[in-house]
Design a protein around this ligand. Structure first.
Ligand SMILES: C[S@@+](CC[C@H](N)C(=O)[O-])C[C@H]1O[C@@H](n2cnc3c(N)ncnc32)[C@H](O)[C@@H]1O
Length: 212
């Protein structure tokens, strides 16, 4: 079960940006629901190339206060533990690391696109260049896993997350986010049974989920 909390005070409607026909929507659903069949080396290269090409502009335009709001609100109201080790998957140019700075005890960032990582602030967290379909981390290692506008690889997320750890899912433009899944679909895609909290904040929403 997912409990909807009241909207945060800072809620603003997202500008129309990426509706249901956006090509990334299809990829997002395939990766979440079709498992390994939806993700191969060719697709990984294509996605890495896409984000490598956007890295410089992304760094300037995507690490801002409004996009950070759902992350900050998730930490405040989402019931996550702030101590222990967090993993951010698809960390890009460091929007999440900036929002988590000084809040969580330890953070590791990882991303498929080397150029995105290169633009992330190195002093905030170690940056690991890897594909989230095969994470180079031990089972049950992390106390929390954060994904902001990132593809969901359900089995890998569930594998590296401690059994009682939190998955923090954020779409900074709500349903106008190109890589978008509503919290109920995240729960459906994950292996086993999960429950949690969700709320709207800034121009997006967050969900914090644990195994039920
Ligand atoms: C929409 S961007 C979001 C970046 C960052 N989280 C933010 O909010 O600014 C998606 C990020 O996920 C990364 N990504 C896509 N597929 C990935 C994969 N299979 N493994 C790791 N990172 C991936 C991209 O390189 C990109 O940096």
């Amino acid at each position: 079960m997912i409990t909807q909390l009241p909207d945060a005070d800072d809620v603003v409607a997202p500008e129309p940006f990426a509706g249901p026909d956006h090509p990334m929507r299809k990829v997002t659903r395939q990766v979440a629901f079709d498992g390994g069949a939806a993700w191969d080396g060719q697709r990984a290269d294509k996605v890495a190339g896409l984000f490598n090409g956007m890295a410089e502009g992304w760094s300037a335009g995507h690490v801002d206060e409004v996009r950070a709001m759902p992350v900050v609100d998730a930490l405040r109201r989402g019931g996550t533990q702030l101590d222990g080790e967090w993993l951010e998957i698809g960390s890009g140019t460091g929007a999440g690391a900036t929002a988590l700075d000084g809040q969580v005890e330890q953070l590791v960032c990882c991303d498929l696109a080397a150029e995105m990582l290169a633009h992330a602030p190195a002093e905030l967290a170690p940056r690991v260049h890897t594909d989230a379909s095969r994470l180079p981390f031990a089972d049950n290692r992390f106390d929390a896993v954060l994904m902001i506008n990132m593809l969901l690889f359900p089995d890998e997320v569930a594998r590296v997350l401690r059994p009682d750890g939190h998955l923090v899912w954020v779409n900074t433009l709500g349903d106008q986010t190109p890589i978008h899944l509503p919290p109920a679909d995240v729960v459906e895609a994950l292996p086993g049974s999960w429950s949690g909290l969700t709320a709207n904040s800034g121009s997006g929403f967050w969900a914090t989920l644990t195994r039920a």
